[in-house]
Design a protein around this ligand. Structure first.
Ligand SMILES: [Zn+2]
Length: 369
């Protein structure tokens, strides 16, 4: 197997302030020098330089000027969504769902193909490459790269899938990132599905999810964390595996070797046709995350959550109310992902965008050096 090639930054912004200006502009409103200077605590002169730098690169554009009383009119700028694109792929056991997004994370095109979970790695890579090449034909702007989100465990630093080392798991140990990079000659990022989802949600809602957990219920149950504005990965790229925290001692056996893991209990409840009990399991996971890492927003997503969203949201809100009643200063908001089934594919694309244009605190993983 060839050595891992670095996925170097193509177009990374010059510094924290450039990224911060772009983050403000991503909210969609026109921005001006004075407002940005106040918001970011930087001199107006410095902001002017940043705005002209971002405009030269086509990331932002002047859209006119307004006058506030006497003196020079103020120039207004906006982000240019169509200046850049990224491809996002969501790989599951049976499907490959792909999207192209613009610079703000808006989806331009979608593709979906069936995948056979038993197919050998070279076939998997050519399927990923095929969908990427097709998607690359669509949308305006410079194409920055490809993000892939898949169920874990995934080593996002090495770009390797670390699933079960059993003969049943044909993809175990696959260097998805380097193989796909070789195939496409484009930067590639690989990440856990729930982490991709959270990056996507926070990219499209700058500032809203700086202390947040995303709980994803797809084929399994997992979570991702963003604390103090940075994604949390951990020593083995496994932070947030809430699906394997025990919620019932001596409970349902889990493939991980323990009993009563949240994921095993959740899937068992659904299999028995008891969405109410499944919702209770999710509520326990959410409360544990809130207690453990102090988030103020919890985003829920995944096909299984969408299927029972009313029951699930209600169970979680109730658990939060009961648990936090004595702490009136602690507020935790529970949100349902706004992206539906595109959540992970769009998120994987946003990981590429964040890698290039995110705040430096978020620039972790391949090539961040
Ligand atoms: Zn387990």
């Amino acid at each position: 197997m060839s050595a891992v090639k670095p996925t170097g930054p193509l177009d990374r912004v010059a510094g924290a302030h450039d990224a911060a200006v772009l983050a403000v502009a991503r909210r969609g409103e026109p921005v001006a020098r004075t407002g940005l200077a106040e918001a970011l605590q930087v001199t107006p002169q410095a902001i002017s330089k940043i705005l002209s730098r971002l405009s030269e690169r086509g990331l932002m554009a002047e859209i006119g000027s307004v006058s506030f009383g006497p003196g020079k009119p103020t120039t207004l700028y906006r982000i240019v969504p169509e200046s850049r694109r990224a491809i996002g792929l969501h790989l599951t056991r049976s499907r490959l769902h792909g999207v192209v997004t613009d610079l703000t994370g808006q989806i331009l095109v979608r593709r979906e193909v069936e995948i056979d979970r038993g197919q050998p790695v070279p076939e998997l890579i050519s399927a990923l490459a095929g969908v990427s090449r097709d998607l690359a034909q669509h949308g305006p702007g410079e194409l920055l790269g490809v993000g892939v989100g898949m169920p874990g465990p995934v080593d996002s630093t090495e770009g390797v899938y670390r699933g079960a080392s059993s003969p049943a798991d044909a993809w175990h140990g696959a260097s998805v990132r380097s193989l796909l990079l070789e195939e496409l000659s484009l930067p590639v990022l690989l990440d856990h599905d729930s982490r991709a989802a959270l990056v996507g949600e926070s990219w499209s809602q700058p500032g809203l999810l700086d202390n947040a957990a995303l709980v994803l219920a797809e084929e399994g149950l997992g979570a991702a964390l963003r604390l103090d504005g940075a994604m949390v990965r951990g020593a083995h790229s496994r932070a947030g595996e809430a699906g394997h925290t025990v919620v019932r001692m001596g409970g349902t056996p889990c493939p991980c070797g323990r009993r009563g893991c949240a994921q095993a209990e959740y899937l068992a409840a659904l299999e028995e046709g008891d969405p109410g009990r499944a919702a209770q399991v999710l509520a326990t996971v959410v409360m544990d995350l809130v207690r453990l890492v102090d988030v103020d927003r919890v985003v829920l997503g995944g096909r299984s959550v969408y299927a029972h969203h009313a029951t699930t949201m209600e169970a979680i809100r109730q658990a939060l109310d009961e648990s936090l009643r004595a702490e009136s200063h602690v507020h935790v908001e529970v949100l349902l992902s706004t992206r539906g089934i595109d959540l992970i594919a769009a998120g994987a694309a946003c990981e590429v965008l964040e890698h290039e244009y995110g705040l430096p605190a978020a620039l972790v993983g391949p090539g961040a050096g």
